[in-house]
Design a protein around this ligand. Structure first.
Ligand code: AMP
Ligand code: AMP
Length: 351
């Protein structure tokens, strides 16, 4: 059997392509964004999870799989046959794993190799620190803990399984009791401040960096503990956890904006030195904690669309300033793709 090959930059008509994504995370927004830009779309759903994509009527086409393990050559052949451009998001990477994502054959929006830099905590730190970004201190071993730390197990998804420890004794007590088999973790200084997620978009077509929006997360049970008295918290022996449940829009103090622009620009500029394809472009997010002295600590980077952009399907206060039509991050991606196709520059945005 001869494999169908992606047309790549052969056609400069966006109608010859389709924007495809996995049904979860930020798919609704991505699909609607494609449609708003007049590009066909396709969603791949695990059977039983297709209802939202039908109910909201945002998908032109739907492919169903029994399980994500069916993300195989024949599914990819289908995508290639349809000239689909895949948009990666958090669930895509979480369900397929970075290795399988690296092997995808269909057209892929973004730089795949950057996944290695964002998923490896020490590479990520190298990149961000070189970009002049302030990060929480990292402790090499539990015995070094001399202040509150947040313990992050590798592969923990959606903040589930994080816990706080103030001493090595406390660390071992919780770890051995609740996570006896998990031995890979990061011990990060716990920064007291408010979490803030900055949603950027850098277009390698227009060469401009935009701040699309900001969010904070709604996490269980970190966001519920304050609802009961400290004494009751102690009595109930509650441990803080950070399971993501939803996202809440934020507008920041305007005088902080210049700093956020500078941080985003430096991270994009530094990505050019990582020697990975065309570096960082498209949507990305700096996950910050802002302290009472307005110091900004970045504890993580997501080099793709984050679900915190979901409240802004109709655009954010920031995109309303720049665009005369509703501009979600999903739609901004579709516009980037459309412009690249029309200008015969598709190869510049595929990884
Ligand atoms: P899900 O498809 O909802 O099971 O999500 C898969 C992964 O994507 C989660 O483990 C999270 O890491 C991430 N994720 C999903 N939804 C959100 C959200 N609303 N905010 C932040 N991260 C999310
Ligand atoms: P993550 O799943 O890595 O996005 O983190 C989940 C949550 O943990 C964040 O929303 C923050 O509330 C919290 N968090 C992560 N790292 C730190 C840190 N170094 N200091 C304080 N809070 C943190």
């Amino acid at each position: 059997m001869t494999k169908s090959k992606p047309i790549l930059s052969a056609s400069t008509n966006p109608k010859d392509y389709c924007i495809a994504t996995m049904g979860s995370h930020s798919a609704l927004q991505i699909l609607k964004g494609a449609r708003d830009e007049g590009v066909r779309n396709l969603v791949i759903c695990k059977k039983g999870t297709e209802r939202p994509y039908k109910s909201y009527g945002v998908a032109d086409e739907m492919l169903l799989v029994d399980d994500w393990s069916e993300w195989n050559e024949s599914l990819e052949e289908e995508l290639i046959r349809r000239n689909a451009i895949l948009i990666p998001h958090g669930s895509f990477v979480a369900y397929l794993g970075p290795e399988r994502v690296m092997k995808t054959q269909a057209m892929y929006y973004g730089t795949k190799e950057i996944l290695k830099w964002e998923s490896d905590r020490s590479l990520e730190r190298q990149w961000l620190e070189k970009a002049g970004i302030q990060m929480p201190r990292l402790f090499k071993k539990p015995e070094d803990i001399d202040r509150p730390v947040i313990v992050k197990f590798h592969g923990a998804q959606g903040g589930f399984g994080y816990f706080i420890a103030k001493t090595s004794e406390q660390f071992y007590e919780v770890k051995n009791r609740k996570y006896p088999d998990q031995n890979e973790y990061a011990l990060q200084e716990y920064i007291v401040g408010v979490p803030l997620y900055v949603h950027y978009f850098y277009s390698s077509i227009t060469k401009e960096l935009e701040i699309m929006s900001f969010d904070k997360r709604y996490e269980s049970n970190a966001d519920s503990i304050g609802r009961i008295r400290a004494e009751d918290q102690l009595a109930a022996n509650i441990f803080t956890s950070y399971t993501i449940v939803g996202n809440i829009p934020v507008v920041v103090r305007e005088s902080m904006l210049p700093k956020f622009f500078e941080m985003g620009e430096n991270v994009v500029a530094e990505s050019r030195h990582l020697k990975v394809g065309n570096g960082l472009f498209g949507p990305f997010c700096l996950e910050c904690i802002v302290t009472r002295k307005l110091q900004i600590f970045v504890f993580e980077i997501s080099a793709r669309i984050v679900a915190g952009t979901n409240p802004f399907v109709e655009g954010s206060p920031y995109t309303a300033l720049r665009y005369s039509e509703p501009m979600s991050t999903g739609r901004r991606i579709a516009r980037d793709i459309k412009q690249a196709i029309e200008q015969g520059r598709l190869d510049e945005i595929l990884g």
